[in-house]
Ligand binder design. Structure first.
Ligand code: HEC
Length: 99
């Protein structure tokens, strides 16, 4: 179950990143979160990130380096300014509403 979910998620992420590469640039970090991060981090594939006040530098490092099932994203996929923006948004976000 977990593996299948992750495979589906990784497939769609590859497609999304490819699409992102084709477009000139991300609009902002919010778009990256909604189109990339959210597919794992609000789908029980990766841990919930919102509302945890994770440090901005930590978020940026994890996105660049990856960590096991967390894919690494290159600057060609998410540029520095957009990564800084998504990290700031995630760090300062409110917790997700409870289901
Ligand atoms: C393909 C699924 C996937 C995508 C897409 C993804 N992540 Fe992750 N992420 C994970 C998984 C799985 C982990 C847990 C890794 C581990 O600890 O083994 C993780 C861990 C993290 C952590 C560490 C969380 C903690 O509790 O310490 C951060 C920060 C993070 N991801 C940020 C992001 C951001 C920002 C994005 C969007 C740019 C993103 N991730 C996209 C799967 C994903």
């Amino acid at each position: 179950m977990y593996a299948r979910r992750l495979a589906v998620c990784l497939g769609s992420v590859a497609a999304l990143v490819a699409a992102g590469g084709a477009q000139a640039a991300w609009r902002d970090g919010g778009e990256v979160y909604d189109k990339v991060c959210r597919y794992c981090h609000e789908a029980n594939v990766g841990p919930v990130l919102k509302g945890r006040a994770l440090p901005v530098e930590y978020i940026q490092r994890v996105v660049r380096m990856g960590n096991r099932a967390m894919p690494a994203f290159r600057p060609s996929e998410i540029d520095e300014a957009t990564l800084a923006d998504v990290a700031r948004r995630v760090s300062g976000s409110a917790a997700l509403a409870q289901e």
